[in-house]
Design a protein around this ligand. Sequence first.
Ligand code: UDP
Length: 329
Amino acid sequence: MKRILITGAAGFLGSHLCDRYLKEGYRVLGMDNLITGDLKNIEHLFKNEFFEFYHHDVTKFVHVPGELDYILHFASPASPIDYLKIPIQTLKVGAMGTHNLLGLALSKKARILVASTSEVYGDPMVHPQTEEYWGNVNPVGPRGVYDEAKRYQEAITMAYHTFHGLETRIIRIFNTYGPRMRLNDGRVLPAFIGQALRGEDLTVFGDGSQTRSFCYVDDLVEGIYRLLLSDYPHPVNIGNPDEITILQFGEEIIKLTGTNQKLVFKPLPKDDPTQRQPNITKAKEILGWEPKVNRAEGLKITYDYFLNLPKETLYQVEHKDFDTFTRKA
Ligand code: UDP
């Protein structure tokens, strides 16, 4: 059996990856410091004899006993509110955390895939974004701590590949959604659904003309699975090119939830990208991958997940976070 270490295992993406690799017959070692992750996302795995959990912060030296075939580095805060709350940890996990895991991969002769992001393109001047585009990032803006950490992560990962001959993979993840997103992470989908379920108006930042392209989590996981097994060391965009304005997205959520509430407008946060859409030609050609789940299907599954959460969870959202966030505009 192959052994795989997944960092950020208790997070949204990490937990889905644990499920997938266990299903594929791997031994899975999950690691998380639980700053933004939640053990609830993986509690169903604790009875699985092929799953082990390490409560550890990857910015500290990482040790795991035994052989490792693969590492997936998915530990990182990933929403704008989180970077504002924990900017230093965000920088450290992308920089020192990645360095530690590359060192571990080297010593174990393991192949490593690191989770990068469409944020490396910043507020893009090229649309849709291809992997060749170098981006338009403000290093000292509120998103700089995440964007620059991820850009450094890509740089050091390529350096380990070219200098040490390490087998590395880099995925650039575009907006992804699905069950197990945190209701209070400030991202637009849990924000809108949470507001609809609490009977509040839906807060659109700016005039809502900014665009995003939302990928359902199962499609993303399939892309990661294929990229890890491929022999391609350069960055690959994985995302759903179906682009939509935030205003249209709000209207879709109103329809989906049947709420009587309306859209209200709040200031646009600083450096909020005006448009984002992946060019997925590389993923199609190299991995034979493209998304299969359309937004209507994916949103229905995700809404059902939020509907079935214990009612009190809905009210554990720290509203002050949203105010802090929008005041930065
Ligand atoms: N957004 C919004 N209302 C909210 C939360 C977010 O209008 O309550 C907007 C946000 O300004 C951005 C888009 O939705 O333009 C996506 O935001 P998210 O935080 O989900 O991800 P990212 O900006 O990193 O793509």
